[in-house]
Ligand binder design. Structure first.
Ligand code: PXP
Length: 248
């Protein structure tokens, strides 16, 4: 019952783009994270290309030897890029230009008609499809009805509540994540989680046995400034392993 760690390298590209040019190289970061023990790489090609760019995706696919999880909005442009790139998996996320990061989950329940052809096209090409959704029953049931392979539970609200010391809200969010993970697993969906996770929250969520993958970016890249990326990935792996040992 291992718990996979996917490292999101978007914010290496954010730093690169702050100056233009080629450095720091997100593909180098991906290779370093893999050498340090992560199980896959996640990258989000946004419509505005504010961090990851098209050639980063092409290079990641060509140069890394672990699964690439391509985060994308459900648009024709992104579907075409996914079909050309053929990543291991696509995680469909909602996207608004004005947001700083992916602020809420995808409305899978409300957008079934629009999502259906996207999911079909990706699956038809042999790409695993994940939907980034809140841990809410209607969203999880819609993901299953749409034929998604995976859901990634949006942990942002839980992590924010923890960081702000909002104990009651954090507990409510935690119970929703627990129940959502169990429901999704019961419906035959593979369960991932991510957004806002740090060492402590990753260790805690590792205790939920249905969750098989965590995707973590901002905290890891930030910590890497102080500890180095290899050490940070190793510390994260150790935190997740400690949490997972407490299962059962
Ligand atoms: N998973 C998904 C689907 C995301 O959109 C993001 C943020 O881009 C993450 C995980 C990683 O979140 P964070 O950078 O807060 O760790």
């Amino acid at each position: 019952m291992t718990l996979r760690l996917g490292v999101n390298i978007d914010h290496v590209a954010t730093i690169r783009n702050a100056r233009g040019g080629l450095l720091p190289d997100p593909v180098r970061a991906a290779k370093l994270a893999i050498a340090a023990g992560c199980d896959g790489i996640t990258a989000h090609l946004r419509e505005d290309r504010r961090h990851i760019r098209d050639d980063d995706i092409a290079r990641l696919k060509a140069e890394i030897d672990k699964p690439l999880n391509f985060e994308m909005a459900a648009t024709d442009e992104m579907v075409a890029i996914a079909l050309k790139t053929r990543p291991h998996a696509c995680c469909i996320v909602p996207e608004k230009r004005s947001e700083r990061t992916t602020e809420g989950g995808l409305d899978a329940a409300g957008q079934q008609a629009a999502l259906k052809p996207v999911i079909h096209a990706l699956k038809h090409a042999g790409i695993r499809v994940s939907l980034f959704i809140a841990a809410q029953k209607p969203q999880i049931e819609a993901a299953a009805a749409l034929g998604a392979d995976v859901i990634e539970i949006h942990t942002g609200a839980w992590c924010d509540a923890l960081a702000e010391g909002q104990v009651a809200l954090a507990e409510t969010e935690w119970q929703a994540i627990r129940a959502g993970a169990a429901l999704a697993d019961g419906l035959g969906l593979e369960v991932h989680a991510g957004h806002g996770l740090d060492y402590a929250s990753a260790e805690e969520i590792a205790e939920l046995p249905q969750i098989v993958e965590l995707n973590i970016g901002h905290f890891l890249i930030g910590e890497a400034v102080f500890e180095g990326l290899s050490e940070t990935v190793k510390f994260m792996r150790a935190a997740m392993d400690r949490g997972r040992k407490r299962v059962g």
